[in-house]
Design a protein around this ligand. Structure first.
Ligand SMILES: NC(=O)c1ccc[n+]([C@@H]2O[C@H](COP(=O)([O-])OP(=O)(O)OC[C@H]3O[C@@H](n4cnc5c(N)ncnc54)[C@H](OP(=O)(O)O)[C@@H]3O)[C@@H](O)[C@H]2O)c1
Ligand SMILES: Cc1cc2nc3c(=O)[nH]c(=O)nc-3n(C[C@H](O)[C@H](O)[C@H](O)COP(=O)(O)O)c2cc1C
Length: 483
């Protein structure tokens, strides 16, 4: 059927459109969309979609760049009759014909201020953006943002639907919009994003800790490149099992820990979950990291599902690849899909050094938010730490205290002991503080309540430059474990 928008639209510029009939049933109006997590200098994909075509493109953008996403939901959902363009008095047609129509939207995107780039997606309705997009633009402050419009349609191009919107956010920088068919490939979408030079990977201040925000029992957080906040002190749970693990998690939460590091191969994800649940602290206030082991990389979806089932906390805050290995890129890409589905919030890797990370990055879409590597005063790995920081990747130390079976020498090191005595602190506390002062996250493992409390009581002193240099001089390049 060939229709012209002038048949039912008062728009200044009639657009000839071949429109298929009839519109499929839209999905029922979902619950209000949760506010996206704030990110620094990164992108947010805001979209409106009745029959999920635009949603599909929005999802591919999110997957391509790891952006946050927010759905525009009208207060009153559109029924298929509302969308019936063959009926000149259908709701959609009436709204498109009424210059003052502004359909109410369910909620406000609270965290918009935290994003620099806003991708704005909509279906073409009679050559134009639906009026609900006008409502969104008029009810949000987009000053200083870069707006990238994109649309889907049956056959029309984007026409003037994007430029018509400019007057609704005059203080924004508008990029030229682009129309996609519903089945547009991810590669095309990625090339389009790359071509705009949006500077999405601005790493300014990424990974720099503000230790003045910390108090004993209350570690500061660092903003990951995914936009989520992560405490910079956590409890490592390697080798903790059964009641020991559950009690260590509960003791740590009571002492103020809010981050836990586990892994499928540790066999204690259920105990970590039990500890979190029994602590009484809401799950949303806790950050749980787990890892896929190389023998799981060939069937990563099953492995991720198993982690989700065992942890049973709704979503995983951070998932890492435990080591490089066959199929690691495949496993990471599976994790990327779970990020897009909202089941994993942030992803990263472990035991990746300069060569490994440089080879890995071009093969994946979402930059790892974090790399977890062996780091302690006898194995400082400074070059790797600096390289990762330059890439805007947070570094986390495993074996911060030298690792089980290796603490004796490290914790009685004469230089560290003297520095510790000078601050009336333990050697363990000095080591953990040294890590934080070089912007390295720590996850000391412990099942001893006194040690647990000690390990998060490192915010009432600081090491001088001279002490930092003395510790730097202890490096022996002595690795205590490979993986
Ligand atoms: N990605 C990887 O490949 C990898 C590899 C290894 C570890 N990790 C992760 O990193 C975490 C940390 O490593 P880790 O637990 O093996 O070694 P670690 O944190 O270097 O050392 C843990 C040992 O230090 C002792 N300890 C803890 N706090 C202490 C304190 N304040 N004073 C004296 N001793 C103290 C603990 O004994 P008590 O229980 O008696 O306190 C335990 O024996 C692991 O739990 C795991 O989550 C990852
Ligand atoms: C009221 C209405 C008007 C439409 N007008 C056009 C049009 O002018 N040109 C066109 O190619 N498609 C038109 N379409 C089709 C939609 O743009 C297309 O199906 C779009 O991909 C739907 O996106 P969604 O699934 O995200 O809601 C119209 C659809 C509706 C409901």
């Amino acid at each position: 059927m060939l229709l012209t928008t002038s048949a039912c639209s008062p728009s200044d510029e009639p657009v000839e459109s071949e429109i298929p009939a009839p519109v499929p049933d839209p999905e029922p109006n979902p619950d209000p969309t949760p506010n996206p997590q704030p990110t620094d200098g990164r992108a947010l994909v805001v979209w409106f979609s009745c029959t999920n075509t635009t949603k599909g493109i929005a999802d591919r953008i999110v997957e391509a760049i790891g952006a946050a996403t927010w759905r525009i939901e009208p207060e009153t959902a559109y029924t298929s009759e509302d969308l019936n363009y063959n009926n000149s008095s259908s709701r959609a047609n009436r709204e498109q014909n009424d210059p003052s129509a502004r359909p109410a939207i369910k909620s406000t995107c609270e965290n918009l201020a935290d994003y620099d780039v806003v991708f704005l997606g909509y279906p073409i309705w009679w050559g134009k953006a639906p009026k609900v997009i006008f409502t969104f633009l008029e009810s949000h402050d987009l000053t200083g943002k870069t707006i990238v419009p994109f649309c889907t349609s049956h056959s029309s191009g984007i026409g003037s639907s994007d430029t018509d919107l400019h007057r609704l956010a005059t203080e924004a920088e508008w990029k030229q919009g682009r129309r996609f068919s519903g089945n547009e490939s991810k590669e095309v979408i990625e090339k389009w994003i790359e071509s705009m030079d949006l500077n999405l990977n601005d790493n300014t201040n990424m990974g720099v800790f503000d230790l003045s925000n910390g108090t004993n029992g209350n570690a500061p957080t660092i903003k990951l490149s995914s936009g989520y906040d992560m405490p910079i002190v956590g409890l490592g749970t390697y080798s903790l099992h059964g009641a020991t693990c559950v009690n260590s998690v509960k003791t740590a939460i009571a002492a103020g820990f809010r981050k836990f590091d586990t892994a499928s191969v540790y066999g204690n994800e259920e105990e970590v979950e039990q500890g979190v649940r029994e602590s009484g602290v809401p799950r949303e206030e806790i950050f749980v990291a787990t890892k896929l082991y190389p023998n799981q990389y060939s069937n990563p979806e099953a492995a991720i599902e198993e982690c989700l089932r065992k942890l049973d906390i709704g979503y995983i805050d951070l998932m890492l690849l435990h080591h490089p290995g066959t199929n690691d890129v495949k496993a990471y890409k599976a994790m990327e899909k779970y990020v897009a589905a909202g089941k994993i919030r942030s992803i990263g890797v472990s035991c990746y050094y300069i060569k490994e990370i440089d080879e890995f990055l071009p093969k994946v879409n979402i930059k790892p938010v974090l790399v977890q590597n062996e780091v302690h005063p006898y194995y400082q790995d400074t070059e790797v730490v600096e390289h990762l920081h330059d890439l805007g990747i947070v570094v986390e130390a495993w074996y911060p205290l030298g690792g089980r079976g290796h603490q004796k020498e490290l914790l009685s090191d004469p230089v560290l002991s003297e520095i510790a005595a000078g601050h009336d602190k333990s050697v363990a506390q000095v080591i953990l503080r040294w890590d934080l002062q070089r912007d390295v996250v720590v996850i000391p493992g412990s099942s001893n309540p006194d040690h647990i409390e000690e390990n998060i009581s490192i915010f009432d002193f600081s090491l001088t430059d001279e002490e930092m240099a003395q510790i730097a001089a202890l490096n022996r390049n002595e690795k205590h474990d490979w993986y």
